[in-house]
Ligand binder design. Structure first.
Ligand SMILES: NC(=O)c1ccc[n+]([C@@H]2O[C@H](COP(=O)([O-])OP(=O)(O)OC[C@H]3O[C@@H](n4cnc5c(N)ncnc54)[C@H](O)[C@@H]3O)[C@@H](O)[C@H]2O)c1
Length: 269
């Protein structure tokens, strides 16, 4: 018996990094997973990695979490392909760093729309398949069949503040408010809503920034970040995925509206 046997999950931003690690871990724990991403090639690689663990347990869906019609279709696909939607992981995220006096309206809006708007839209799109299904179970049977799960990714950078990331940190802390609110709105339906804050985790978002690149972190900042981590190493996507699995699994069925940091002991002032 694995932790997610019989469960169906949607993981956004599953083509790379943390999302891909979550998808692979979920499949290895018995789940069937719809992998979303904007980018086709990494999504195909992620599906192949999942197929190597359990053939046919991962389906793909290409689209943006900024598009409400698309997020409706994404949640519907989980139900059409695999029969239900039990777990939603709001992982898709993006950065466009600039100090605030140089940040453009476009950089602000884009990052808020992906990181915060995407979480909002995906939860709303999941409502018919998670909230309404649980509500019907309650009225018919007096109890729900199982706890359903939503996990929202935020960031330790957002908790402590991070120069150059006004847009990103505002969006990520917004996800904390969203998490606590939906946990209260949907608690009666036994839908657990929790949040995971990765610390510095090695993915393309934190790779050494190359000249002209929109993503990444300058090498001096990477070194300064490493010096603050008691474990003496950066996080790996799998480190974050295991904390997400805790919130997605029955191990946390009486836990909702909570946050956990996965940061190698980085102290948040
Ligand atoms: N890497 C870190 O150190 C770190 C730290 C804190 C929080 N996070 C958060 O963890 C999550 C995963 O980040 P990662 O480091 O794995 O980044 P990543 O860039 O490796 O992967 C993110 C994926 O999201 C996809 N994506 C971006 N915009 C999308 C959209 N509009 N719709 C659908 N998919 C979209 C990208 O194509 C990409 O494949 C993000 O929410 C990020 O903000 C990461």
């Amino acid at each position: 018996m694995s932790l997610l046997d019989g469960r169906v999950a949607v993981v956004t931003g599953a083509g790379r990094g943390i999302g891909r690690a979550i998808a692979q871990l979920f499949v290895s724990e018995g789940a069937r997973v719809v992998l979303n991403d904007l980018d086709e090639a990494p999504l195909a690689e992620a599906k192949a990695a999942c197929d190597a663990i359990a053939e046919g347990h991962a389906h793909v869906s290409i689209g943006s979490v900024t598009d409400a019609a698309y997020t409706d279709a994404l949640m519907q696909q989980a139900v059409d392909d695999f029969g239900s939607l039990d777990i939603l992981i709001n992982n898709a995220g993006i950065t466009r760093d600039h100090v605030i006096h140089r940040m453009t309206d476009d950089e602000w809006s884009f990052v808020i729309d992906v990181n915060l708007g995407g979480t909002f839209r995906c939860i709303r799109s999941a409502a018919p398949h998670m909230r309404d299904v649980a509500k019907a179970e309650l009225s018919e049977h007096g109890e729900v069949s199982h706890a359903r799960k939503i996990v929202n990714l935020f960031s330790t950078a957002a908790i402590r503040g991070n120069p150059g990331q006004a847009n990103y940190t505002a969006a990520k802390m917004g996800n904390v408010g969203l998490t606590r609110t939906v946990a209260q709105e949907w608690g009666r339906f036994r839908i657990c809503v929790n949040a995971v804050a990765p610390g510095f985790t090695e993915t393309r978002l934190t790779a050494a920034k190359e000249a002209g690149s929109e993503l990444g972190i300058p090498e001096a900042s990477r070194k300064a970040s490493l010096a603050k981590i008691p474990f003496g190493r950066f996080g790996q996507p799998e480190d974050v995925a295991r904390a997400v699995l805790f919130f997605a699994s029955p191990l946390s069925d009486y836990v909702t509206g909570q946050e956990i940091n996965v940061s190698g002991g980085l102290q948040i002032p």
